[in-house]
Design a protein. Sequence first.
Length: 251
Amino acid sequence: MTLKAFELLEKKGFEKADGSWYELTSSIDKEEGLFLNKLISENKPNRSLEIGCAEGISSMVICESIGPDGDHTILDPFQSTEWQNHGVNNLKKAGFNNFTIFEERSEFALPRLASEGNKYDFVFVDGWHTFDHVLVEFFYINKMLNVGGVVAFDDAALTGLNRLMRFISNYPNYEIIGSVSDKYVSGQRKMLNVMKRTVNALFSPLGTRLKQELLNDTVVRSDSALKIDGNVTAFKKTAEDDRGWAWYKPF
Ligand SMILES: C[S@@+](CC[C@H](N)C(=O)[O-])C[C@H]1O[C@@H](n2cnc3c(N)ncnc32)[C@H](O)[C@@H]1O
């Protein structure tokens, strides 16, 4: 499978409008692009949403994968400033016109899109990566994602994102559908997972509920047990969110 974005990834950059060379600094890689393409081919979204465009590599993958009849919305507050419109120019150069970009911060644009009644079938999150930020993003994404829709997170192995992956794993209306690319998962995180599995095995006679009371949940259910141990992690929304007002599960 070859996608137009892969030409830029193979050359590790692109020619700018003034003819000078620009080297990619901040994009998904080919394996992650193929994963997004697979998620889209399998789930056939009509409307997609993306947080974080930068040089436009993931946006190109999504625009090509959803096809010319798809409708892709991108949020990036720094596209024309920090990124000098590289993402938008790359999308246009590749012939995509199935996208709209809003130069707004996701934390303000998402509640606006939600209150306008927008719904999406596929969302890719790759913006600001603190825990509180991605939690706020997911709060609104959950409101806008259609049942059957998919949300995927880049850099899911970062500590802040990892906490959110664990939190979403508990939702009764989401199921993990894949987590790829362990080359960005730090040695420390891999080692932690091995240690957790060992401690978990030692305490196995207690059973899950007692173990959860005695040990931290991150030990009882390792990332590998939850299948969230890759760098891009995707969940499918399986039902409407009917959690009660005081719902909480340890994560
Ligand atoms: C890692 S880059 C995105 C790379 C891109 N997804 C790709 O793979 O080609 C992160 C992007 O998030 C954007 N960003 C930072 N803060 C943001 C915010 N509050 N809302 C939306 N996007 C934000 C940055 O401008 C940057 O373009």
